[in-house]
Design a protein around this ligand. Structure first.
Ligand code: CTP
Length: 131
């Protein structure tokens, strides 16, 4: 059984997220998703997600391609999470290309192409313009 782990905020779930998660799931048998906490996002992106951590976790858990979900509390703990969840592969979108190569001694590291033309940040901008 091949276990895949991936991480993200997954705020305002959109088609880029779904495609990434489906392709990550197809690389193995069990997909584990680390959803970053509100606190982590505030420190990383300087803004709180629109949806709370609990809601984002519940939404990702409801997806058919996802088997397990946990809250990612710290960016620096990826190595710990990989070991804790016994992941065989870490999958990330290619906006992170090369940034997680340090985990190659722990598991396979795969970067998947992002979907063009959509992101949560862009959606927030598009919605604000319509108001
Ligand atoms: N992702 C993707 N295609 C997109 C947007 C995101 O494949 N168009 C992937 C990212 O590469 C990541 C995962 O989805 O592996 C979660 O990304 P996240 O940062 O939560 O989504 P973004 O839309 O990029 O959010 P933001 O604009 O806040 O950075």
């Amino acid at each position: 059984m091949k276990r895949i782990i991936t991480f993200g905020t997954y705020d305002l779930l959109h088609i880029g997220h779904i495609r990434l998660l489906k392709r990550a799931a197809a690389l193995g048998d069990h997909l584990i998703v680390g959803v970053s906490s509100d606190e982590l996002n505030i420190s990383k992106k300087d803004r709180a997600p629109v949806y709370s951590t609990a809601d984002r976790v519940e939404i990702i858990k409801a997806l058919e391609c996802v088997d397990e979900v946990f809250v990612e509390e710290s960016l620096e703990k990826k190595g710990e999470y990989i070991q804790r969840f016994k992941a065989d592969a870490l999958v990330m979108g290619n906006d992170w290309e090369g940034k997680f190569d340090e985990y190659k001694p722990l598991c396979e590291v795969v970067y998947l192409e992002r979907t063009d033309g959509i992101s949560t940040t862009q959606l927030i901008g598009d919605i604000s313009e319509r108001l």
